[in-house]
Write a protein that binds this ligand. Structure first.
Ligand code: 6PG
Length: 263
């Protein structure tokens, strides 16, 4: 249940997910923090622990700041969480570009989560391919369960204005990867190396939640949710959890081009 007075009635996009529209970025961040509390709390109640994959980018930062303060900080059983990342830039954690570095500085350093329960993607001391393989092994070991497929309780994702998600960028082979759980690849558009979970892991998530904010995303969000299926150009379309729930928490600016938005 998303509890926010600013939310409209959920927009049902069937297998493409359920969209909740919030008045602005702050209301979106509050809803994201509420979702984080709810989903992790339910997982801990059911399985005595919660595995969360964080996304990078700027949208989740305000959610992180909220989670590091009362009342949200006191509503999470931090000692029962295992925190991972859906993707990472090939930089040191000290870099302002580092997804793990930003999350630590934004909120993980300010909450009582045991340090050995924070699992950043390795970006030092290994070649990128080795780092991807090592992280995949970490996922299998800690979350692999019976069939070796890591099942996250919560996967947070963002969407770029080109329709990418995690580090699955348009035109990259990682979109179609069917075997590896994590890949390292050079992203031509960025001229940079990225590590990313592959669709199989994202689609094994129990709750997969996109956070999308801002007018710059509006056209692409409408294409992703309402347009033809073309995941090679719109990688966010590849996220289709097999058994899990797919939710989009968006603000009004990002939802501006959705035909189902009435007001
Ligand atoms: C990353 C993210 C990426 C991000 C989108 C949206 O490493 O950059 O994982 O997928 O979620 O690019 O980023 P913003 O939230 O900054 O718009």
């Amino acid at each position: 249940m998303i509890s926010d007075p600013g939310a409209t009635a959920p927009l049902d996009y069937g297998p493409r997910g359920t969209v909740h529209v919030f008045a602005d970025a702050e209301a979106l961040a509050v809803a994201a923090a509420e979702t984080f509390v709810r989903v992790t709390g339910d997982a801990i109640a059911a399985r005595d622990g919660a595995a969360v994959a964080l996304s990078g980018g700027s949208t989740p930062r305000r959610m992180g700041e909220l989670l590091a303060e009362a009342p949200f900080r006191d509503r999470v059983a931090w000692d029962r969480l295992e925190v991972f990342w859906g993707d990472e830039r090939w930089v040191l954690e000290t870099s302002p570009e580092s997804n793990a570095g930003v999350a630590r500085r934004t909120f993980l350093d300010r909450v009582p989560i045991p340090p050995d329960q924070i699992h950043p993607m390795p970006t030092v001391g290994l070649e990128a391919d080795e780092a991807a393989a090592a992280y995949a092994e970490t996922l299998r070991t800690l979350l692999g369960g019976t069939n070796g497929m890591p099942r996250f309780d919560l996967i947070l994702l963002g969407m770029g204005d080109d329709g990418h998600t995690a580090s699955l960028f348009p035109g990259t082979a990682a979109i179609r990867e069917r075997t590896a759980l994590v890949v390292a690849h050079h992203v031509p558009k960025l001229g940079a190396l990225r590590l990313t979970m592959t669709p199989a892991v994202l689609n094994a998530g129990r709750e997969v939640v996109f956070l999308v904010s801002g007018a710059a995303k509006a056209e692409r969000l409408a294409e992703v949710l309402e347009g033809p299926e073309r995941p090679d150009e719109l990688p966010a379309q590849v996220v289709r959890p097999a058994e899990g729930r797919l939710t989009w928490l968006v603000d009004r600016d990002a939802a501006a081009r959705l035909s189902l938005v009435t007001e």
